[in-house]
Ligand binder design. Structure first.
Ligand code: ADE
Length: 304
């Protein structure tokens, strides 16, 4: 009730789709304010989806209410439940103008690549792209990584397992503020047995920990594994992890043999060591998010 927003108080811009999943869709919208309208993002289900999908969006809403506010978590503005009986639910969240981190890395960051500094490869083939205005540095990559670790600490403090941490589920509020989103797969430790098996084909296997792939075990330590893959995405500027591989059970064998993602182009040896530690076979051997934040912060250089 506290979060209820009336249908008449917001507008969905149907022609401005921000994101799309198998069952869900995110539109840009506007929330009426006393003086002006506020840009928002509206998450809803696709028409004629199964009841379980609606239940999943409802549980995502519950998770977001439980999460309260954190600067690195997408803020819930409210929800419209007026059409719940017709099977429609609208979850209203803050609008992040720069979109998802994976896309931002593949486009904007790669274009601004010329100003990436303090990276060994850059020093070697030092080609300049003239005309870029806003500079971007390896600090930005580290800064995003640190902020994601902070957001994940908040999730852990609230006993929430994300379950689908990946660069596509990190949004840019500004060039120096990222926010974690998409709690569709997230589950609360408290009542997580309500969440059962899902077909493996649907799973984001490239981001999943070995024990998740083998036994569907989701823990904070499996989130740490996914965080490592997210780091790999950041420091490869948005490449698809395990390039060229497809989902087969052989992928599990590959991980079993202790084969891991190789060092992405823009990660130093130390940063690669941090991501590798996230992919320890034994979950207990992996660092936690507080340690990861501290470790990564050490690579952050304040502008001179
Ligand atoms: N895509 C998905 N969610 C979004 C949001 N809140 N802001 C901008 N783009 C998005």
């Amino acid at each position: 009730q506290e979060y209820e927003i009336k249908w008449k108080d917001f507008k969905i811009l149907e022609d401005q789709q921000l994101g799309e999943g198998e069952f869900g869709v995110v539109f840009k919208g506007e929330l009426s304010g006393s003086t002006s309208n506020e840009n928002i993002a509206i998450k809803t289900t696709k028409p004629k989806v199964d009841r379980t999908i609606l239940l999943a969006l409802m549980s995502e809403l519950k998770v977001m209410i439980h999460l309260e506010m954190h600067e690195n978590i997408v803020k819930l503005l409210g929800a419209c439940t007026e059409f719940l009986r017709e099977g429609r639910l609208y979850v209203l969240v803050e609008y992040c103008p720069l979109g998802s981190l994976d896309l931002y890395l593949r486009t904007t960051v790669r274009i601004k690549l010329d100003s990436l500094v303090a990276i060994p490869e850059r020093a070697i083939n030092n080609q300049e792209i003239p005309g870029t205005i806003d500079s971007l540095s390896s600090n930005d990559l580290v800064n995003w990584a640190v902020q994601i670790a902070r957001g994940m600490q908040h999730l852990q403090n609230k006993k929430i397992i994300h379950g689908d941490l990946a660069a596509r589920n990190v949004l840019l509020y500004s060039g120096n503020q990222v926010k974690i989103t998409d709690f569709g797969l997230s589950r609360q430790l408290l009542n997580y047995d309500s969440y059962v098996k899902q077909s493996q084909a649907m799973l984001p296997w490239r981001w999943l920990a070995i024990e998740t792939l083998k036994s569907m075990i989701f823990t904070h330590k499996s989130d740490v594994w996914s965080y490592g893959v997210t780091l790999w995405e950041i420091f490869s500027l948005g490449l698809i992890p395990y390039p060229g591989m497809t989902w087969t059970t052989e992928f599990v064998d590959y991980l079993e043999q202790n084969l891991r993602l190789s060092r992405p182009k823009y990660a130093s040896a130390e940063i690669y060591k941090i991501m590798m530690s996230c992919w320890e076979y034994e979950p207990d051997m992996r660092p936690d998010f507080r340690y990861l934040e501290d470790k990564l912060r050490a690579f952050f250089m304040f502008p001179s």
